[in-house]
Ligand binder design. Structure first.
Ligand SMILES: [Zn+2]
Length: 113
């Protein structure tokens, strides 16, 4: 998936998830520039978010959903949708939230072509 296509999919999902009031920027970075395949910096007060994704060219081609850049994108947008959850990292609530987000992202993408 090219960056231009990823940007188009971002705008599509932004609309579908009713996040139009958010200013969402997409950063595509080389693998060494990020600890994870995807993360987002959410500024809830200003309704701004920067979604950082590792360049899809560098994601492993393994056939697992979480390596799909669009899946990662939807996952991150669901985090925005669910802000503020107040869920702290490294807790069982966080694990449950991540699983829930992954299940919803998979269900949403299963309805796509
Ligand atoms: Zn997550």
């Amino acid at each position: 998936m090219t960056r231009a296509l990823l940007e188009r999919r971002l705008r599509y999902w932004q609309k579908r998830l009713k996040l139009q009031e958010w200013d969402i920027k997409l950063h595509v970075v080389p693998p060494h520039a990020s600890d994870s395949d995807a993360h987002s910096d959410i500024d809830e007060y200003h309704a701004r978010v920067v979604v950082t994704l590792v360049d899809p060219e560098h994601l492993h081609k393994a056939a697992v959903a979480y390596r799909d850049p669009e899946f990662l994108l939807v996952h991150e947008l669901l985090h925005v949708r669910l802000e503020p959850s107040g869920v702290k990292e490294d807790t069982k609530e966080h694990v449950a939230q991540e699983r829930g987000i992954n299940a919803i992202a998979a269900a949403l993408l299963a309805g796509e072509d």
